[in-house]
Design a protein around this ligand. Structure first.
Ligand SMILES: [Zn+2]
Length: 226
């Protein structure tokens, strides 16, 4: 079941992804007991100190789900579509829609679309002292948790677009300026910019052109062996 991407070798090497990669490609499952070290928050305090590895685990869960579906239903479309479910985050419907629109207008190799079933990842909402974060549920599925209080303190569209940036493969960079989306809560609550900068856009395009191709090749290879 495991898809190894060259760019993900560090996370695999650390053994952090072993558990999240072997589960079934269950989608939009409810968050379960958080996997330690597999979360990326909006603020530094919410991070585990293993952000790069955690980000890769999360990105790998999403990319694997997309690649397996694409292998099963080949398409000639150049851009890869990642489907999300917003059913369990009803208070954030407009922020989630804005975030998808922001990303879709910023990058060309991947696009986000809402789906009522079989989503590649899901948004959830609630109260959590760790704030908002992207994580994996221990069964190979990625999800984004949006915390009520943090979304009142900070610009909610920026929080949502930031967490969605993790879906697309970007790590946190809290020391960055407000013009950087992945600096998250680093520049403080007055920062309301919900757009990725040019470096972030290029990075996502790159990840979905090269990293995704490797995942797709692997999924196709596996499908042909069945
Ligand atoms: Zn983050």
């Amino acid at each position: 079941m495991r898809i190894s991407l060259p760019l993900l070798s560090t996370a695999v090497g650390l053994g952090l992804t072993a558990a999240v990669l072997t589960g079934p490609a269950a989608t939009a499952a409810a968050p379960q007991e958080p996997v330690r070290g597999a979360q990326l928050g909006y603020e530094p305090s919410a991070g585990s100190g293993e952000d790069a590895a955690a980000n890769r685990a999360f990105f790998e869960a999403v990319i694997k789900s997309v690649a397996e579906k694409r292998a099963a239903n080949p398409t000639s479309a150049a851009a890869v579509t990642v489907y999300y479910s917003a059913t369990n985050a009803p208070s954030f419907r407009s922020q989630i829609a804005s975030s998808a629109q922001i990303w879709n207008s910023s990058v060309s190799n991947v696009r986000l679309a809402e789906s009522s079933s079989g989503a590649d990842f899901a948004y959830y909402e609630g109260n959590d002292p760790r704030g908002s974060y992207a994580s994996t549920n221990g069964h190979g599925s990625g999800y984004i948790f949006l915390d009520y209080q943090q979304n009142q303190q900070y610009n909610s569209t920026r929080v949502t677009a930031h967490e969605t940036g993790h879906v697309l493969g970007l790590p946190d960079h809290y020391s960055g300026p407000c013009s950087e989306l992945m600096s998250g809560g680093g520049p403080g609550p007055s920062c309301t910019n919900p757009y990725p900068n040019s470096a972030e856009r290029s990075r996502v395009n790159q990840l979905w052109a090269n990293g995704f191709k490797a995942a797709l090749d692997k999924a196709l290879e596996k499908a042909s062996q069945r």
